[in-house]
Design a protein around this ligand. Structure first.
Ligand SMILES: [Zn+2]
Length: 235
């Protein structure tokens, strides 16, 4: 089974690419390559259009992981899918995706400020949250100021790949206790925010923290004995 080339992992800023249809059916449209990020790691699946050279378009309402490294583009219900082999241009709803990139990156900064284990998280275009494994009190104003200082520092956000074995030798890299990074693919992508955060992450991020813009911690909730849920939004 041919996997989909994940253009979004190499270049999160690619809004479209050239592609062709590998398979098309009720589960979705599989392309040989795509800029569409599939739901995962708390980040929603992308939406947008598939455009063919003859002027036809298909609306993608969600994107999911399929089997064997394939990416499934989910079309509106009752849409006749594009035919196998057709050359297409997948084109993102960029404003939505870019908001996800900014919010996703902001959550990394939140996790850098609050150095507790992370047990869950959720990203949306206008807000996000992380669950922390702690009983400590969390001061909203202090955390807001600390995150915004990291935003203002305009730190470089980079990534590099390591092997499964290298990660096994550095288990402290894994902050997300509920979601272990995928093994068995042979290599794992590490997100690196200029000495502030280093951890496995397959999501899409901005290339410098200044792009996030000011954020605010809107709420801290107690979710169980050892769990604090911290919400942030764009200020
Ligand atoms: Zn990430």
């Amino acid at each position: 089974m041919t996997a989909t080339v994940a253009v979004y992992q190499q270049d999160a800023y690619a809004r479209s690419c050239e592609a062709s249809v590998l398979e098309s059916g009720p589960d979705g449209v599989v392309l040989d390559r795509t800029v569409f990020y599939p739901l995962g790691g708390g980040q929603p699946g992308d939406t947008g259009l598939l455009e063919s050279g003859d002027g036809r378009t298909w609306r993608v309402v969600d994107t999911r992981k399929g089997e064997g490294g394939r990416v499934l583009h989910l079309l509106e219900p009752d849409t006749a899918p594009p035919e196998t082999g057709l050359a297409l241009t997948p084109a993102l709803d960029w404003d939505r995706r870019y908001a996800h990139m900014r919010m996703h990156s902001a959550l990394h900064l939140l996790g850098a400020v609050l150095r507790y284990g992370v047990t869950g998280g959720q990203i949306a275009a206008d807000k996000g949250r992380l669950d922390f494994d702690t009983q400590d009190e969390i001061d909203r104003d202090r955390v807001t100021a600390a995150v915004n200082a990291l935003v203002a520092a305009n730190l470089t956000v980079g990534s590099r790949w390591i092997t499964d074995e290298e990660l096994d030798r550095q288990p402290e890299l894994v902050r997300t206790m509920s979601v272990q990074p995928p093994r068995g693919v042979g290599r794992i992508r590490l997100l690196d925010i200029d000495g502030v955060d280093l951890q496995p992450c397959g999501g899409t991020h901005v290339k410098a923290t200044g792009e996030i813009g000011p954020v605010v911690v809107t709420k801290v909730e107690n979710k169980g004995k050892r769990n604090k849920r911290v919400y942030i939004a764009f200020a």
